[in-house]
Ligand binder design. Structure first.
Ligand code: PLP
Length: 333
């Protein structure tokens, strides 16, 4: 299993600090997520049904022609590589490592691709033509790298002309919907992944969406089997996707919080190398030491070895901001 953020219970054991005493910044999950209402008893008791309004809510929210709900975008990441014959797959690196693992496990040749290597825009006859599939994470996790919509569409066109795919993981896109490819997802060979775990803060519900052409979604649905998303998760996800007022407020609040976090880190000699509305990314040779020192003060961050770096999610309330500031202010050993 690959390493991920959110392993609070393990950190609690390792550092001897009870789980409730931690400030967990190890994920990019919105700490002030969508307020979950009570789930009606019938939703727990009945089998989930496809026409309960979830798909319609997702299509409207994302501006996509087609969608398939999945048990977190992770479920789609694992299943998609099995829908193609083995081929050569370019995967953004560094990036969310589950993509490369899933394509490799399904027998594809995986080629790590640095974001800088993706420019300039290829002509249809060159550039991304070398891959059968290109997998991008947009904005990237953990670097925060973004791409221009016109470049993404050009790369997609070059791949699709040869029967290839462009897969764009938009798990962290909700704060910046204008940069999404959701509206183009009925173009053959374009696959967009969305998640309710980040912006909406509903990581535990395990809900994500695949936005793509109807035929590809049909094949994916068949592979995943019936009742892929639990009824209570479907119910809560639909209500969150319908709540445009909450989304609008979060869209203005989150970038301001991210800016505040970047400034706070900068004041403590940890100016971020990148980030997005939900996390900041700090490159430092001393990342492992800083991670350990913060952890001993009950602040959990996500440590990466390559490159040596830390990712910090957003603190929630003012007490959490003060706690992070205090932990960063203590002298480092
Ligand atoms: C970039 C990215 N994509 C996808 C996922 C999977 O998220 P989920 O399965 O909760 O939708 C993650 C989880 O951390 C992620 O960081």
């Amino acid at each position: 299993m690959l390493e991920h953020g959110g392993r609070l219970l393990r950190a609690a054991r390792q550092y001897g600090i009870p789980p409730e005493d931690w400030l967990d910044l190890s994920t990019g999950i919105n700490p002030l997520g969508w307020p979950v209402p009570e789930v009606p008893a019938r939703v727990w008791q009945r089998l989930p049904e496809a026409d309960d309004g979830l798909e319609a809510a997702a299509r409207a929210c994302y501006g996509a022609a087609h969608c398939l709900p999945v048990a977190g975008s992770q479920a789609a990441i694992q299943a998609l590589p099995w829908l193609r014959p083995r081929g050569r797959v370019g995967v953004l690196a560094p990036g969310y490592a589950e993509h490369a693992r899933a394509w490799r496990e399904a027998g594809h040749e995986v080629v790590p691709v640095a974001a800088e290597a993706l420019t300039p825009v290829p002509s249809p006859a060159s550039g991304r033509g070398e891959f059968d599939v290109l997998v991008l994470i947009h904005p990237n996790n953990p670097t925060g790298t973004t791409f221009r919509v016109e470049d993404l569409l050009a790369w997609h066109a070059a791949l699709a002309a040869r029967g290839g795919w462009l897969v764009v993981d938009e798990a962290f896109m909700d704060a910046t919907p204008a940069a999404s490819l959701a509206a183009f997802c009925d173009r053959p060979g374009l696959v967009v992944l969305r998640s309710l775990g980040k912006f909406f803060g509903l990581a535990g519900a395990r809900v994500g969406f695949v936005l793509a052409g109807a035929e590809l979604l049909r094949r994916l649905a068949e592979r995943l089997g019936p009742w892929a998303v639990a009824g209570p998760s479907r119910h809560v996800a639909a209500r969150a996707l319908e709540d445009a007022a909450w989304q609008q407020a979060a869209r203005s609040r989150l970038p301001a919080a991210a800016q505040r976090l970047a400034e706070l880190l900068g004041r403590h000699g940890l100016a971020p190398a990148g980030g997005c509305a939900l996390f900041q990314w700090v490159c430092s040779e001393a990342a492992a030491d800083i991670h350990g020192q913060l952890a001993r003060r009950g602040v959990l961050t996500r440590l990466f070895d390559r490159p040596s770096s830390l990712r910090l999610g957003l603190p929630g309330g003012e007490a959490d901001w003060a706690r992070l500031e205090a932990a960063l202010s203590e002298p480092r050993a």
